[in-house]
Design a protein around this ligand. Structure first.
Ligand SMILES: CC(C)(COP(=O)(O)OP(=O)(O)OC[C@H]1O[C@@H](n2cnc3c(N)ncnc32)[C@H](O)[C@@H]1OP(=O)(O)O)[C@@H](O)C(=O)NCCC(=O)NCCS
Length: 181
């Protein structure tokens, strides 16, 4: 199962994604608001985890490919967080693109397609997203796709060490009836 948008292909992962995915996962700028750049082995393990999520749930973080060039740009899609907090269980929409793919609206285009899949195909009634307050680019994507901040939803990410500067997160929500392509 894959999704096509005007400029992108959202598809399942293949072995040749390993190298370009590691390239972006080891870029300090891409990983600024995530805990740390990933080694090749960690990046490959992430692909395995993503693929098993697809098997389990029927959706996941799709590999995002540029139709024009066939290059892997990163990922975007839906995932079920594995930690527990006040708003879980839930489904999250997320994205991560190589630095050279920023600034062209690709994350927004891919995220809209993922939301459409989640609401129309997977039957979800709400999708959330979260990040650290300093990740303004990610928050801008959330706002462009129509998500609204839940002020009462601020939380300390249980997977980030206590007192770490990336622990505090903001929560955005979107309900099916609020979603417009
Ligand atoms: C978060 C991330 C995907 C956002 O990327 P982005 O390029 O800022 O977002 P978009 O792809 O939606 O592009 C929007 C930009 O493209 C511009 N743009 C150009 N053509 C566009 C189009 N057709 N449609 C929409 N925007 C377009 C917009 O004006 C905007 O530019 P601006 O940032 O100068 O205001 C990217 O910064 C990233 O991968 N970060 C690292 C990983 C990460 O932090 N992920 C989130 C963890 S919670």
């Amino acid at each position: 199962m894959q999704i096509e948008t005007a400029r992108l292909l959202l598809r399942r992962w293949k072995p040749s994604d390993s190298k370009p995915f590691h390239q972006l996962n080891s870029d300090p700028e891409v990983m600024e608001f995530l805990l740390k750049p990933l080694a090749l082995e960690e990046s490959d393990e992430m692909i395995v985890r993503i693929e098993s999520h697809f098997e389990q749930h029927g959706f996941g973080l799709w590999a995002v490919e540029a139709k024009e060039t066939g290059l892997l740009l990163g990922f975007a899609g839906l995932s079920r967080p594995t930690f527990e907090t006040q708003f879980t269980p839930c489904i999250e929409v997320g994205w991560r693109l190589a630095r050279q793919a920023w600034g062209r609206g690709f994350a927004t285009e891919a995220a809209r397609a993922a939301l459409a899949f989640g609401f129309d195909e997977a039957g979800l009634t709400e999708i959330v997203s979260f990040t650290v307050p300093a990740n303004l680019r990610s928050i801008a994507v959330m706002e462009r796709i129509g998500m609204t901040r839940d002020i009462a939803g601020d939380f300390e990410h249980p997977k980030v060490p206590e007192n770490h500067h990336l622990r505090k997160h903001v929560l955005y929500r979107l309900r099916r009836e609020e979603f417009q392509i």
